[in-house]
Design a protein around this ligand. Structure first.
Ligand code: AKB
Length: 318
């Protein structure tokens, strides 16, 4: 029986684009998409789709066995802002689902795992500029704590049981096909919607708060490139730093204003500002560049052009 790739959280921000991209590359039938809810994007139903709760260990195992799953992309998580509102739920969801998968790999049910970490593993005591791969890590959010613990588990299962697990510390991701939910960096997606729909946006992140960010196409390409890289090249089995661009709300606002001169940006920072203040401003991703050839393609200007063009069509604006 042929092997299948499984995407957990296929209706989410990364899952949607990753599923479509993998299906385009390797064929619709080779990628099983799963999520806890039915997809709103009809294209996700053009290949196999199953409803699955990743914290249900038995159902996860059954799906992996039924579809002869080889590689799993695990894209289910409660993000930083929502995690502060539901700390125990965030911890349970983020940890249990990873451990379930690592155990399935240990039992030889699956062979390879991609699991996303985040810049949230860093904290207020981490150097903010060009944050190194290995540095002080004292995250101050539940999400960050769960991602740091997850990184340690990934490396542990690799060292102890030779589990082929690969991971990236994603920066804030910007996309137009599907929206993020519950993150601190979500403002950088909302701003494009509001610019087109209302001509104005009030940012909950302060004017000059710089954060590492990346366009979704780069993030999906990085995910597939790392997952396909020869195992012997990968020196890091916790999680790779990954950089695209860095900007603050005023700079993304200015790039939108270049195309929509009437756009107005205001600021009203809330609890998410404190989370953002604990994270790096820029990331040193030289290990990813060296080990698996990572290079980003999008900068702020090209991303803003693509975002506004595609959202205009999506929102049926003239
Ligand atoms: C968040 O803001 O929580 C996420 C992340 C940086 O991992 N986008």
């Amino acid at each position: 029986m042929k092997r299948t790739t499984l995407v957990l959280g296929a209706c989410g921000q990364i899952g949607t684009e990753l599923t479509l991209n993998l299906r385009e590359k390797y064929g619709k039938d080779t990628v099983l998409a799963t999520d806890i809810m039915e997809p709103s994007l009809i294209e996700l139903k053009e290949g196999p789709f199953e409803i699955l709760d990743v914290s249900d260990t038995n159902s996860l195992r059954e799906i992996c066995e039924k579809y002869n799953v080889n590689t799993v992309y695990h894209l289910v998580a409660m993000l930083s802002a929502k995690g502060e509102k539901f700390p125990m739920e965030a911890w349970d969801l983020n940890m249990r689902s990873l451990l379930n998968l690592l155990e399935l790999a240990k039992g030889k049910v699956i062979e390879k795992i991609f699991w996303p970490s985040s810049i949230a593993v860093f904290g207020p005591t981490t150097p903010k500029q060009n944050t190194p791969q290995q540095t002080v890590m004292e995250p101050s959010t539940v999400y960050g704590i769960s991602k740091l613990a997850g990184e340690r588990w990934c490396e542990y299962y690799f060292n102890k049981y030779n589990i082929d697990v690969r991971s990236i510390r994603y920066p804030g991701l910007i996309s137009w096909k599907s929206q993020p939910g519950g993150g601190t960096t979500d403002y950088a997606v909302e701003i494009y919607y509001k610019a087109l729909e209302e001509g104005k946006y009030t940012s909950y992140i302060s004017k000059y708060r710089t954060l590492p960010m990346m366009y979704i196409e780069d993030a999906v390409r990085a995910t597939i490139e790392l997952t396909n890289a020869p195992s012997e090249n990968l020196k890091i089995r916790s999680s790779y730093n990954l950089a695209g661009m860095s900007f603050d709300p005023s700079t993304i606002g200015a790039s939108i204003k270049n195309i929509l001169p009437e756009f107005k940006l205001n600021f009203n920072p809330d609890y998410r500002e404190e989370i953002a203040a604990s994270w790096p401003e820029s990331i040193d991703d030289s290990a990813a560049r060296l080990d698996w050839g990572w290079t980003p393609k999008y900068d702020l200007k090209t991303m803003t052009e693509v975002m506004l063009k595609n959202l205009r069509t999506k929102l049926q604006l003239s």
